[in-house]
Design a protein around this ligand. Structure first.
Ligand code: URA
Length: 435
């Protein structure tokens, strides 16, 4: 085995790293034997020269093996995970997991917290009084067996190499690199132990990938890694140029998700549900066509079975299931402020991330990973991209802790949208990627 400097030089000169070299890199870095400055140099060489599919797979597997790999084999059936690369107002996991579970697809899901302009499912769930996002591996497995699904935060021992590398990438300008993003995400998914993964890869002003082409490239790399690892993979590409649904924040998004489980989803949320839920049901081998799967999903929504499943999950994780009937049980922000249109025309969302930033200003989103956030603040959009507006119309309602943050968030909202003369395209393109 060559020394680490040889590995850096090899990648610098566009060489292909072997499985052994990649394993040596990950083992040495996790053990603290290779310093940050050398790993930074290798990351930059990868950023500039890329990795082929074999190297990306080996990197992913070495990262996955750096910690615990969940063994879900005690749970009968095909365990399906769903992962989104993130967005604004993205409450999809809260909706699709109980629906898929009610259709007989065991869903053992680990989710993350929000950072920057994107929200995180785990923060959203914590807005349910007393809800616990931590379960032992044993309790996690037995809950999936008993209620069909469990939704918890990622355990500390899941892919620790990724945690170290992500922190280093963040300060060395090496985050935005498809093989590094794909290996980072997939190492955690593989370690989480499901048999099938439905990926949602977003693009646009509210997403990590700014254009559709890069979203498709990232999706294809992740599917390749998953398939090499023996998992069933499906990828859905979603436009994130405006927030999904109308609520953006933590408790407000849980309320919107509950409404969707009661059959009252916004049009765009419904579009996403219609694509992702059938993909999950098909991956779990409970249906063979999208039509059959969607019919099953509609039945569990209409019968109340999906909502019941969500309530059971809340109860099993020590939360208050009655929030689903009485939204007053969520902690509410003391101040509601309306933001109004300043002219006639059509609403155009200029920056979806800019709207996500409003939640951060209100104290409901993080600037650093350690920051405490308030789960009651947020906003509800009353008009969406392409809607016609008249001067004075209510564009959105802001829920804040005080007037100062409400004013700042209002300004931020108004700078993220404009009222234009020509009706903008109402584009929410969502499609499952061809094999
Ligand atoms: N999410 C991850 O988990 N890793 C990345 O590199 C980017 C987004």
């Amino acid at each position: 085995m060559s020394g680490f400097i040889d590995i850096i030089e090899k990648k610098r000169d566009k060489g292909k790293l072997t499985k052994e070299e990649i394993q040596y890199f990950i083992d040495g870095y996790v053990a603290g034997e290779i310093p940050d400055y050398q790993v930074s140099a290798l990351l930059m060489a990868i950023y500039l020269n890329g990795c082929d599919s074999e190297e990306t797979y080996e990197l992913t597997m070495a990262m996955a093996r750096s910690g615990d790999i969940m063994d879900l084999s005690d749970i009968p059936g095909i365990k399906v995970d769903k992962h989104s690369t993130g967005g604004v107002g993205d409450k999809v996991t809260l909706i699709v997991a109980p629906i898929a579970a009610s259709c007989g697809v065991p869903t053992a899901k680990m989710s993350g917290r929000g950072l920057g302009f994107t929200g995180g499912t785990i923060d959203k769930l914590e807005s349910i009084p007393n809800f616990s996002v931590t379960l032992s591996e044993e309790d996690f497995i037995s809950q999936v067996k008993n209620t069909g699904y469990a939704l918890i935060g990622q355990s500390k021992d899941l892919a620790p190499a990724d945690k170290l590398l992500y922190a280093l990438r963040d300060v060395t300008g090496t985050v935005g690199c498809a093989p590094l993003i794909a290996s980072s995400i997939m190492s955690k998914k593989i370690a989480a132990g499901s048999d099938a993964i439905v990926l949602e890869v977003t693009h646009g002003t509210g997403a990590f990938m700014k254009d559709e082409e890069s979203a498709v490239e990232l999706a294809r790399i992740m599917m390749d890694i998953g398939r090499r690892a023996g998992l069933k993979m499906t990828a859905v590409i979603t436009d994130m140029n405006e927030p999904l649904g109308h609520a953006i924040g933590n408790s407000v998004e849980v309320i919107e998700a509950i409404e969707a489980l009661k059959g009252r989803a916004d049009e765009d949320v419904m579009e996403v549900m219609k694509e992702i839920i059938p993909d999950m049901i098909i991956a779990g081998e409970r249906a063979t066509s999208k039509e059959e799967a969607w019919k099953m999903a509609t039945e569990v929504i209409e019968s109340g079975k999906a909502l019941e499943c969500f309530k059971k999950m809340i109860e099993a994780q020590h939360g208050d299931p009655m929030v689903t009937e009485d939204y007053g049980r969520f902690k509410s922000a003391p101040l509601t402020t309306g933001v109004h249109a300043q002219s006639d025309g059509y609403l155009r969302v200029k920056s979806c991330a800019g709207i996500g930033e409003c939640v951060k200003i209100l104290g409901g989103g993080r600037v650093t990973k350690e920051q405490e956030i308030d789960l009651s603040v947020g906003l509800c959009m009353k008009k969406k991209n392409g809607d016609s507006v008249k001067k004075g119309d209510l564009l959105c309602e802001i829920y804040s802790l005080n007037e100062e943050t409400a004013n700042e968030a209002s300004k931020q909202f108004l700078s993220s949208v404009s009222v234009v003369d020509e009706k903008p395209e109402k584009a929410r393109l969502i499609y499952t990627l061809d094999e």
